[in-house]
Design a protein around this ligand. Structure first.
Ligand SMILES: Nc1ncnc2c1ncn2[C@@H]1O[C@H](COP(=O)(O)OP(=O)(O)OP(=O)(O)O)[C@@H](O)[C@H]1O
Length: 254
């Protein structure tokens, strides 16, 4: 399988937190999840692989190129990143927010008819048809989140990274978004997402990394690693694990 993003022995320090020796690999067409308690280092890892933070040590290879030497434009052509927080300073319309995702390939000040149609299609995919001219700040948290997913679809990158996929989304929209992303993996895109909802990660991810205190505690296919022992170690709490009666994946329950 073709490795498109490789993280090797990555370390990073904040004053009171260290990310230690992270190794992870993303292959073409795979859905990769990162799980772990609050403050375990999920967002920090995602910010490092998108070059928003600079590692203390280690290496990140994007399509075999050292990320350190990749330009912002190159990275934007390969990775779209839906961050947890997004607070534009100006009043932008939804269509402008979406277009900003693909500035790296915009050739003219004006939006072509073709691109207007693409924006519409991306909004249709996240069930926000007709929202183009709404002001982003007037949308609900979940609607804003879906606009940001639409923006990453519009960016048309081979890798989509999402920090906390289900943030602000009701269960139906969370599943809708994860299913859109899963379908994209069938077309060869690769997804890396942080999840608080382990059961969604368990059903949809091909592989998960579990972070605790800035280190990978375990990794593997959900059916192999979502076990009572591992989940107890990860969250310091007892949970039950049952097998989904129809789809045959482990479900964590209280
Ligand atoms: N800018 C910063 N300066 C100092 N410490 C930070 C900064 N950002 C994050 N941290 C700390 O780094 C640790 C890891 O944070 P991170 O956001 O990566 O965790 P997370 O696993 O994404 O958490 P959550 O599930 O709550 O989103 C936390 O202890 C956090 O307080």
């Amino acid at each position: 399988m073709k490795k498109i993003l490789e993280v090797k022995n990555l370390s990073f320090d904040y004053e009171n937190f260290n990310l230690k020796n992270i190794n992870l690999t993303i292959e073409k067409g795979k859905f990769i999840g990162i799980i772990g308690p609050n403050g375990s280092g999920k967002s920090t890892t995602l910010k490092l692989v998108t070059k928003l933070l600079k590692p203390k040590s280690g290496k990140i290879l994007l399509f075999g190129k050292n990320l350190e030497n990749c330009t912002r434009t190159y990275i934007a052509s390969k990775i779209s990143f839906v961050r947890q927080e997004f607070n534009p300073v100006f009043e932008f319309k939804v269509k402008d927010i979406i277009e900003l995702g693909a500035l790296h390939r915009k050739k003219s000040f004006f939006t072509s008819i073709e691109n207007q149609q693409k924006i519409k299609n991306c909004l249709d995919m996240v069930e926000l048809s007709g929202y183009e001219d709404r002001y982003f700040s007037t949308l609900s948290g979940g609607e804003q989140r879906r606009v940001l997913i639409a923006r990453s679809l519009y960016q048309e990158t081979p890798i989509i990274i999402v920090d906390e996929l289900a943030a602000h989304l009701d269960i139906s929209h969370a599943v809708q978004i994860v299913e859109i992303l899963k379908k994209l993996t069938k077309k060869g895109k690769s997804i890396l997402s942080a999840f608080h909802n382990i059961n969604i990660a368990s059903k949809y991810c091909d592989y998960i990394y579990a972070l605790k205190d800035g280190q990978i505690l375990f990794e593997g296919a959900p059916k192999d690693v979502i076990t009572i022992e591992n989940i107890k170690k990860l969250y310091n709490k007892d949970f039950h694990i049952i097998n989904h009666p129809k789809y045959n994946y482990p479900i964590v329950t209280v």
